[in-house]
Design a binder for this molecule. Structure first.
Ligand code: NAD
Ligand code: UDP
Length: 340
């Protein structure tokens, strides 16, 4: 069975490629490197032990996407490709809507033409919206609108997939709602590689640890949480990658529309994360409290019961392992992947 991994040069995609090959799937990777590079593909091939095919294409280009489906006999698609920076999406919403919607639409159109009927989508916990009770459960209706244009693209693609499942007999769509992916491959060869100053907590902390940034700013210490800082459900990227392998089994059962959280079910505070990372890198990391960041929710995490029941999937790696693996990646590659 051959899986097209769109955005497979990126952070979650590259880790998923390894798990897919390990599980016995053939893969084809497509990416335009808008937020990744060829070195990630080289390293992923090495870790897989397979020289899988790679195509550098922009998936918003329907003709190029169609040619990809002509060239390879694809059985299922895992669609990671998309722009993902929440703050940036507020500044350039049209770019986000254009890229994320058009790439999903051209893949779906090519799938229809080539009669490929299995699609796994990288959605996000953000679709639950600020009013959803914690822990987030799949039975909770999605919000009418999320906190950002980025989140809205996820919501819109979820709707597109629901309609597609209704319209095309035998079409299966798995919507995986990720919580906060962190961590890196245990080899330290691949990991998250943000451009510029990171917006997310884990890469920011890692860059302080390696000396590229001076100080961690903890956004808010007056939340109604045990230590006053926000809590999130951090999930190791390798566990997340394995969730996609489990989702492929669901697709084979002809699941139609299947919505599932991928999270651990545990909340970790910003302070707890900073402390855990300090243990990983063997030094106390400097931090200061700063004002709350606009739009942040105090605390949320997944109800992971449905994933366990339906996919037989449970996240296994804890916070310390997440930090240890990020530290290995960051200290081996302080500047991320070398430029091609
Ligand atoms: P990433 O940026 O590392 O990977 C996305 C990849 O898609 C990149 O390699 C990029 O070059 C590629 N891409 C973007 N637009 C493309 C296009 N038009 N044509 C071809 N390739 C294109 O991001 P990631 O963290 O690996 O996230 C993967 C997916 O998971 C994204 O859809 C993201 O929105 C979603 N997601 C991520 C998180 C997270 O915190 N990392 C959380 C929830 C959901
Ligand atoms: N955070 C922080 N300092 C930073 C980056 C993030 O205190 O430099 C906090 C942020 O306010 C949130 C948590 O860390 O409470 C997780 O933020 P991130 O951006 O990683 O994830 P998201 O907001 O998408 O859940």
């Amino acid at each position: 069975m051959t899986i097209l991994v769109t955005g497979g040069a990126g952070y979650i995609g590259s880790h998923t490629c390894i798990e897919l090959v390990e599980a016995g799937y053939d893969i084809v990777v497509a990416d335009n490197f808008v937020n990744s590079c060829m070195e990630a593909v080289h390293r992923t091939r090495k870790l897989c032990g397979v020289d899988f095919p790679f195509e550098q294409i922009d998936l918003t280009d329907y003709e190029a996407t169609d040619r990809l489906f002509d060239k390879y006999k694809i059985d299922a698609v895992i669609h990671f490709a998309g722009l993902k920076a929440v703050g940036e999406s507020v500044k350039i919403p049209v770019t986000y809507y254009r890229n994320n919607l058009d790439s999903a639409l051209s893949v779906l159109e090519a799938m229809k033409k080539h009669e490929v009927k299995s699609f796994i989508f990288s959605s996000s916990a953000t679709v639950y919206g600020p009013e959803a009770p914690v822990p987030y459960n799949e039975a909770t209706p999605v919000s009418r609108s999320t906190a950002s244009p980025y989140g809205n693209t996820k919501l819109m693609i979820e709707y597109i997939l629901k309609d597609t499942v209704k319209a095309i007999p035998g079409f299966n769509a798995v919507l995986l709602r990720y919580f906060n992916p962190v961590g890196a491959h245990a080899s330290g060869e691949i990991g998250e590689n943000p451009t510029g100053i990171p917006n997310n907590l884990m890469p920011y902390v890692a860059q302080v640890a390696v000396g590229k940034l001076d100080m961690i700013h903890i956004f808010g210490n007056d939340y109604d949480t045990p230590d006053g800082t926000c809590q999130r459900d951090y999930i190791h990227v390798v566990d997340l990658a394995k969730g996609h392998v489990a989702a492929l089994k669901k697709v084979k059962e002809n699941c139609g529309l299947f919505v599932c959280n991928l999270g651990t079910g545990k909340g970790t505070s910003v302070l707890e994360m900073v402390k855990a990372f300090s243990r990983s890198c063997g030094k106390e990391l400097p931090y200061e409290f700063a004002p709350r960041r606009e739009g942040d929710l105090p605390a949320f995490w997944a109800d992971p019961a449905f994933a366990k029941e339906q996919l037989g999937w449970v996240a296994e790696k804890g916070i310390q392992e997440m930090c240890d693996d990020v530290w290995r990646w960051q200290s081996k590659n302080p500047d991320g992947f070398p430029q091609d």
